[in-house]
Design a protein. Structure first.
Length: 261
């Protein structure tokens, strides 16, 4: 169960870091359907200078027959370099401060590192499952072994009080269409306990560092000069499942140029 929720949340985080527009993308792997929908605010942006943005994303997971879904165990999210994730000067929350905490306790300990919030819903197929059927989601800036990560804290009280902390590593590429990569590999677990059905999340954080106003997420609109806007690939996600299958999807979005300069 933790493998599945981690991968779906990671997909969401990856899309959040670069997605915009209101369209939805749908991929199928065997009997599993995964949908992604994203929106960006504002969607009117400078042509070259990145400015702060907020992104709202929802992800859905559905089984199209009565068979058990394969477990997700690896995902790679590649983000267009026009959507930039930058945490320089942002406080860091250690993983240990989030373990065994409620949402309120997590905020009390790490509010200065908060970068997102949302919710998670799951289908539980047997009683006393160790994952909340519904839970609150909080995202924090973190670092593990000296490397930057996004820590996703999920807490729910039904069917029993439960806390899950997920770690998502991130790195940057210097060349190519996609500049930021989020990835994780999770161990296979025994049994098919259930699966995540819906995730909703918003990423936004404005903060000050050394007297300057900064944003966890920034974007510009890559429209050629003279054009009022552009459609382009913002993210590419590759999902790997326990049965050996893989599915890849791309998110194409549209932006408008501020002042058409």
């Amino acid at each position: 169960m933790r493998c599945r929720i981690a991968l779906v949340v990671l997909a969401t985080v990856g899309v959040l870091a670069g997605a915009g527009g209101a369209g939805a993308d749908l991929i199928r792997s065997g009997n599993l359907l995964v949908s992604l929908r994203g929106d960006i605010s504002p969607n009117v942006l400078p042509r070259q200078r990145p400015v702060p943005i907020a992104v709202q994303v929802s992800s859905g997971l559905r089984v199209i027959d009565d068979a058990e879904p394969p477990a997700l165990h690896k995902i790679t999210i590649e983000l267009n370099r026009e959507g930039r994730l930058d945490a320089r000067g942002l406080p860091i929350c250690p993983t240990r401060r989030l373990e065994s905490t409620t949402s309120s306790e997590a905020l009390a300990r790490c509010r200065s590192a908060l970068v997102g919030h949302g919710s998670v819903a799951a289908k539980i197929e047997f009683p006393n499952a160790p994952f909340p059927a519904r839970g609150r989601l909080l995202a924090f800036n973190g670092r593990v072994r000296g490397r930057p990560v996004v820590l996703v804290h999920v807490y729910g009280a039904t069917p029993a009080p439960t806390t899950i902390v997920l770690r998502f590593a991130r790195r940057h590429r210097r060349t190519g269409t996609f500049g930021t990569v989020l990835s994780t590999r999770l161990p296979t677990i025994a049994g098919h306990w259930g699966y995540v059905t819906d995730i909703e999340m918003t990423l936004r954080r404005i903060y000050r560092h050394r007297g300057q106003r900064r944003s966890f997420l920034k974007a510009s609109c890559p429209a050629p000069r003279g054009f009022p806007g552009a459609s382009f690939t913002l993210a590419r996600a590759t999902y790997s499942f326990s049965d050996g299958s893989r599915a890849t999807t791309k998110l194409t979005r549209h932006c408008r140029v501020r002042n058409r300069s």
